[in-house]
Design a protein around this ligand. Structure first.
Ligand code: FE2
Ligand code: FE2
Length: 308
């Protein structure tokens, strides 16, 4: 089935899910989550320049918040990508704009929070934002089914990442804010997940291939952020987002929901994609276990050293 036909055949599902989304998404006000009274001027307006001891956040909490914010900041690129795949017509186009509008507030409120609480170095943050957006996000002309599979995983990954970051900060204000943002991401995930479910009925073999390819090649959308590798290791070591979480809380729940391993009637290519998926999962699971074991060993070593 070509892309145009798929768009047309999936349109009723998109419309139904758009309406469901509009019915369940509660309006919320990003400004209500920002502790404005903590804010004060910076140097240019005769205030105090930023310095690190003003932040009550731990270095890892700062890194996680900064990565989450820069990821959200790159929305114009994501908008471009989904609009290219979904188009501007019909319920698809309505969804693209609604989704973009909802995503927009995520960066606003996280930035407001970080600036008024002096949580991160604002100069570094601005430079990193410029660099991230100037690089832009490019999925490389992913086909429609791949985009739908990717965004399902990505929305769930961002939900988990915001939620765990909020908890990790040990700041009830940040936790409340990120919990609210995570609820948006959850509804986005449900929308895309349902489109993929419909695609599995409509074009099971092609959809299976798309899911497999997206699990195999999955990268966080923020992977173009300056220093992302180092930062993501820091985030993984803290247990905010690591391979174990990715496998257990992001990839598996979606595959289970889509019932990919119970699906019947696949052709040879569909079966091939599914067995590749099973192999990929096994490898991911093994890698996740190795990572957790290494992290536990390092923590145990550190504990013995501090007892000495
Ligand atoms: Fe978001
Ligand atoms: Fe989202």
């Amino acid at each position: 089935m070509d892309a145009g036909q798929l768009l047309k055949e999936l349109e009723p599902t998109v419309e139904e899910n758009l309406n469901r989304h509009l019915g369940v998404a509660k309006e919320w006000m990003p400004h209500e989550y920002v502790p404005w009274s903590a804010g004060r001027n910076f140097a240019l307006l005769d205030g105090e320049p930023w310095s690190v001891e003003q932040s009550t956040l731990s270095p890892t909490a700062r890194t996680a918040l900064e990565v989450n914010l820069l990821t959200e900041d790159n929305l114009p690129s994501y908008h471009r990508e989904v609009e290219r795949a979904f188009g501007t017509e019909s319920a698809w186009g309505t969804w693209v704009n609604r989704w973009t509008a909802e995503e927009g507030r995520h960066a606003f409120c996280i930035r407001d929070y970080l600036l008024v609480t002096r949580g991160v170095n604002p100069d570094e943050l601005e430079r990193a934002r410029m660099e991230t957006m100037e690089t832009g996000y490019d999925s490389g002309d992913k086909p429609l089914l791949n985009v739908c599979a990717y965004v399902s995983f990505q929305e769930l990954a961002t939900r988990v990442s915001h939620r765990n970051t909020g908890r990790y900060t040990e700041d009830p204000v940040a936790d409340k804010l990120l919990t609210r943002v995570a609820m948006d991401e959850n509804l986005h995930m449900v929308f895309y997940r349902n489109i993929v479910s419909a695609a599995l009925e409509l074009a099971p073999n092609d959809t299976m291939r798309a899911i497999t390819d997206e699990v195999k090649s999955f990268q966080m959308p923020g992977n173009i952020i300056p220093g992302f590798r180092r930062k993501s290791v820091q985030i993984a070591k803290a247990g905010i987002y690591d391979l174990r979480i990715h496998h257990d809380d992001v990839v598996l729940p979606l595959l289970r929901q889509w019932k990919v391993f119970e699906l019947e009637g696949l052709d040879a290519e569909g079966e091939q994609a599914r067995s590749e998926l099973a192999e990929t999962l096994q490898a991911l699971d093994a890698e996740a276990s190795r990572f957790v074991q290494k992290r536990d060993e390092a923590a145990a070593k550190k504990a013995t050293r501090s007892e000495d």
